[in-house]
Design a protein around this ligand. Structure first.
Ligand SMILES: NC(=O)c1ccc[n+]([C@@H]2O[C@H](COP(=O)([O-])OP(=O)(O)OC[C@H]3O[C@@H](n4cnc5c(N)ncnc54)[C@H](OP(=O)(O)O)[C@@H]3O)[C@@H](O)[C@H]2O)c1
Length: 294
């Protein structure tokens, strides 16, 4: 089989940085030809010398630069963050004009949110992700969605379901009993590498999820208690507090409350198809917690 031509956006991010490593390894193994598409201001330091880099400004109007940036690519994976989420819309017309593109992975890598949750959550970037997908559908660009659990090398830095640094756990309804899905950014990257090696018509217009491990709220709390050497303080939250959190004007507060509500109400379901990375050696939740507490 000839190597798949893969484009990557967002190579300096948490997810994108790991995806760069995985896809560069696929190229070394002769299984892919990787092209990093980066904005003109981006650092290109981490791009291996044998990987092609193409500069593209997503904030400029669509034109020949966009066609040149995606030329010859079979699949484009976007792992952009921040303002880049909405800016992804700019590349869609070129992807729709491409004669080679089989599918586009928009930057998602989040939980599987139900429509009702999304409508209520005051988190603009979640709505923007939807907007990108809608635009892609309108232009006939095939989409491959990858969703996952809470990113384990990200979440413990913030007070969401646990405030690991302060040895606290927020308890809402069944959040201590319910199994919470976790995925490291390196596992997401390995799942992406797994998907792009499949026949691309089998992943186009499909949704996948990558969950590395599941732990009940109590299990995670016990690790935190052990690492601190004393009992974790429980902070109970009721329906009213969670509702106020979900509607909070600060999107990070809203997102955190939305996540805790998923745990408390057992809403962590993934209707998508699971991607399993064979032979994966997980570093585990305790490793991530130790890093945050060191
Ligand atoms: N489920 C979870 O717990 C979780 C946690 C974190 C993130 N996520 C999701 O994962 C995805 C990636 O997030 P991340 O945290 O890995 O991203 P990040 O670290 O914020 O990555 C930023 C990357 O996006 C690029 N970028 C930003 N704005 C851009 C623009 N306007 N044009 C082009 N490139 C732009 C940056 O380019 P430069 O190099 O030029 O700066 C950089 O490479 C997002 O969809 C995010 O919502 C999920």
């Amino acid at each position: 089989m000839s190597p798949v031509n893969v484009g990557l956006l967002g190579h300096n991010g948490l997810v994108g940085g790991n995806t760069l490593k995985e896809l560069a390894a696929l190229q070394k193994a002769g299984k892919a030809k990787l092209v990093v598409i980066h904005r003109p201001s981006a650092s290109t330091e981490t791009i291996p010398s044998d990987v092609e880099a193409r500069s593209l400004d997503l904030t400029k109007p669509d034109g020949p630069d966009f066609d040149a940036a995606v030329a010859g690519l079979d699949v484009v994976v976007s792992a952009v963050g921040g303002a880049g989420i909405l800016d992804q819309k700019a590349i869609l017309p070129a992807l729709s004009r491409s004669k080679t593109l089989k599918t586009f992975f928009p930057s998602d890598f989040g939980a599987s949110w139900k429509k009702e949750e999304l409508q209520e959550l005051n988190v603009p970037f979640l709505q923007q992700k939807e907007e990108v997908v809608e635009k892609a559908k309108e232009l006939g660009v095939p989409i491959t969605a990858v969703r996952n659990g809470i990113i384990s090398d990200f979440v413990f830095q913030f007070p969401i379901q646990w405030n690991a640094k302060e040895n606290q756990v927020f308890v809402y309804r069944d959040s201590q009993k319910v199994a919470v899905p976790f995925t490291s950014s390196s596992y997401i990257a390995a799942a992406i590498a797994n998907l792009v090696q499949r026949p691309l018509d089998t992943i186009a217009n499909k949704e996948f999820y990558a969950v590395e491990s599941e732990h009940t709220g109590k299990e995670v709390t016990e690790i935190i208690s052990r690492l601190h050497g004393k009992a974790t303080t429980e902070i109970p939250l009721d329906d009213e507090k969670i509702k106020a959190g979900v509607l909070n004007a600060n999107p990070f507060v809203a997102l955190g409350s939305g996540i805790l509500r998923k745990s408390g109400r057992n809403w962590w379901d993934f209707p998508e198809e699971r991607v399993v990375v064979d032979g994966w050696q997980s570093k585990g939740i305790e490793y991530e917690l130790k890093k945050v507490l060191s």
